[in-house]
Design a protein around this ligand. Structure first.
Ligand code: ADP
Length: 662
């Protein structure tokens, strides 16, 4: 029987060579499944060489269905082809090779027959589909990504002709895939941006990517969409650039968010500006002008104005204070807003009035003589008015804004302005208070000046009479001591009045100085000697580090400073028994120090003690003083271009020092 059979197992040498040279994997089995011939390609596929006449059905004995289920060897395509006598070609199997790798194979097992039509064997061609399957699944994933992407993904050739268009592109630009493919990309480029395409194509041709390029594209209905484009070159298998793929992200929301943010930042900056102006300023004019200017800008009004709430006998409000966006004359010729239905709510402090078109408002146009806006008035259609109320609820005035177009002011403007007017009102209150205080202060200074001047004259006569009286008494008259004491008290009083007068002169800038050349060491000797008489509990110790320092200064005023510092040193060190005074040369100045070992001054008080009438509170009750000595001394030294200051430690003492340029 077998001599009739012809099958590849009995191939002649040239036939065997032919089989071997085939790039596809082929092998044959005899009618009972033993491998009878095979080529090199199948050995490579299986990863092992079968044994002719021994290996049965396949050179790989570990096979699986594509779903991973094991495929028994006797059920493999070759076995089934032999058994059924029919070709088995419609399945895919997975083979596990000796090295552990898996390959996907499509077998082609075809039986052949002997002359009596009985199955004599079969030939199996195995096609390796591992790579193609992977590629196919990759392509499928990619296609799914492209289809489901929220970003428009478009590809075009180097001529700019669109050759793919995903669903997001349809949604974004409004053209269907059929409408877009074959069209030029300028289909979606706005007219004024056509040159962008040349730039993009040039970059692509040179192999460069264009990344996150923010621009505008046009939809089918002509709408402009802000997009961020990333364009990459598309290459063929040989790496030649054949086109470009373009991913477009709709950044409308991003742009809107950016705009809102920018808007907020700008407004915040403006509001900050107002905060600065109103908190730093005490000048009503400046505050109102800034607030009017800034809020006019903030609301986008064509012009804005602040009107002061001054009432005349008819209860009408008037007085234009500041104006922004128009010259003052634009209003002056029309008179001030009167007690009309439109203006009244603002001047009565009844809240914000915002009207999209004031000319259509029922409150508008009822009052003679103009019945609406006077002829030539700046055109107002959009109208916004905000009352400015003081802390006490008094209406200080109103901010008014106008625009020649309707619907320009929004609820957001109202909100912003309500914050601004609160700040403005506080600033106006402060400015008003400051004005009142400055006025009272000036009055007080005037009074001090006048009073000390008036007190001085009778005091001088009193002192004169006392001296005459004293001269008339004999040396051992017991009244002489009383007169002396009375003269001493009068001297004290006139020194105090003199100080008050000095304060008033400093305030009015009329403190006179008479400059002469003198030796400050000598002056210090004299002052120390003189003061030692009255300083009974303290020893005044003077140290001159140089024999002489000539200065050009007002001798009397410098003496006044030294006297004041030394008497303070004695006064504020009741428990101590000495005061050191020293003079030296320092940086071209005469440097004088007065050191006591008394109560000292707390750090936070040290700068304040040089201000007018300031006294450290705890001391004010039991140590007498007016709090003006240091103020006058500092002024005298700075008028000499010198410096006076203190170094002190509470509980240990203080050193007051001054430098006087030579
Ligand atoms: P007065 O001594 O009349 O109060 P001054 O202007 O001379 O006014 O001084 C202002 C304040 O500075 C004093 O009230 C006192 O609190 C403080 N002061 C001045 N000199 C000294 C000092 N040597 N030691 C401690 N405190 C001093």
């Amino acid at each position: 029987m077998t001599d009739h059979i012809t099958y590849p197992g009995k191939l002649s040498a040239p036939e065997g060579k032919l089989l071997d040279s085939l790039p596809v994997a082929v092998y044959t089995c005899d009618h009972i499944g033993y491998i009878s011939s095979f080529n090199q390609a199948v050995v490579e596929l299986w990863g092992s060489k079968p044994v002719i006449g021994k290996s049965r059905w396949s050179g790989c004995d570990s096979m699986f269905y594509p779903d991973g289920k094991a495929l028994p060897l006797d059920d493999c395509p070759m076995a089934r082809a032999l058994e059924s006598g029919k070709p088995i070609t419609d399945m895919e199997i997975i083979m596990l090779r000796p090295d552990g790798s898996r390959i996907s194979v499509v077998p082609h097992a075809v039986p052949f027959f002997d002359s009596r039509g009985k199955v004599a064997g079969a030939v199996n061609t195995l096609i390796d589909v591992t790579g193609s399957q992977e590629r196919e699944s990759k392509e499928a994933v990619l296609a799914a990504i492209i289809t489901s992407s929220d970003d428009a993904i478009i590809s075009k050739n180097l001529e700019g002709i669109i050759n793919s268009w995903n669903e997001a592109a349809e949604r974004m630009y409004g053209y269907t895939e059929q409408e877009a493919i074959g069209q030029h990309i300028t289909l979606i480029i706005p007219q004024d941006r056509l040159d962008e395409e040349t730039h993009i194509i040039n970059s692509i041709k040179s192999g460069a990517r264009v990344e996150h390029f923010e621009t505008l594209r046009q939809t089918k209905t002509g709408e402009l969409v802000p997009v961020s484009l990333t364009i990459s070159p598309v290459k063929d298998a040989r790496g030649k650039i054949i086109g470009a793929s373009k991913i477009a992200r709709d950044i409308t929301r991003l742009k809107k968010a950016e705009e809102i943010l920018k808007n907020y930042a700008e407004k915040l900056e403006i509001l900050n500006g107002i905060g600065g102006v109103v908190s730093e300023n005490l000048d009503v004019n400046k505050i109102l002008q800034s607030v009017t200017d800034i809020t006019t800008k903030l609301t986008g009004a064509a012009f804005g104005a602040f009107f002061y709430n001054v009432k005349n006998e008819k209860g009408e409000s008037y007085m234009l204070y500041t104006l922004s966006g128009a010259p003052k004359e634009a209003f002056e010729k029309f008179g001030m807003p009167r007690n009309t239905d439109v203006f009244n709510p603002t001047f009565m402090g009844e809240g914000i009035v915002r009207v999209d078109d004031i000319t259509k408002d029922p409150r508008y146009g009822h009052n003679p003589p103009h019945y609406g806006q006077p002829k030539g008035h700046l055109p107002v259609i959009s109208y916004l008015a905000v009352p400015v109320l003081s802390k006490t609820g008094e209406v200080l005035g109103g901010l008014f804004y106008g625009h020649p177009e309707a619907g320009k002011f929004t609820a957001e403007h109202e909100l912003l302005l309500s914050g601004v007017v609160v700040q403005t009102a506080i600033a106006l209150d402060n400015a008003r208070m400051y004005d009142e205080i400055s006025h009272l202060n000036a009055k007080k200074d005037e009074f001090i000046g006048l009073a000390s001047h008036e007190l001085r004259t009778p005091l001088t006569s009193l002192k004169g009479y006392l001296q005459i009286f004293e001269k008339g008494l004999s040396e051992n008259d017991k009244n002489k001591a009383y007169i002396k004491k009375a003269v001493q008290q009068v001297n004290k009083l006139s020194a105090l009045i003199g100080d008050l007068l000095d304060v008033s002169k400093i305030e009015t800038g009329t403190l006179p100085l008479t400059f002469t050349e003198f030796d400050i060491c000598k002056l210090l000797h004299e002052v120390t000697e003189l003061m030692q008489y009255s300083a009974r509990g303290h020893r005044l110790h003077l140290q001159c580090h140089v024999p002489e320092i000539m200065v050009n200064a007002d001798k009397q005023r410098i003496e006044q400073v030294v006297t004041n510092l030394v008497s303070n040193a004695i006064k504020y060190s009741p428990g101590a028994n000495k005061v050191n005074i020293s003079v030296s040369k320092k940086n071209g100045c005469a440097h004088v120090e007065v050191t006591d070992f008394g109560m000292g001054i707390a750090k936070d008080q040290q700068a304040r003690i040089f201000s007018r009438f300031y006294r450290v509170e705890e001391l004010a009750f039991h140590i007498s003083g007016l709090g003006i000595g240091l103020y006058i001394s500092k002024e005298i030294i700075s008028r000499h271009h010198g410096n006076l200051d203190v170094v002190s430690e509470p509980g240990k003492g203080s050193t007051f020092w001054f430098d006087l340029p030579e």
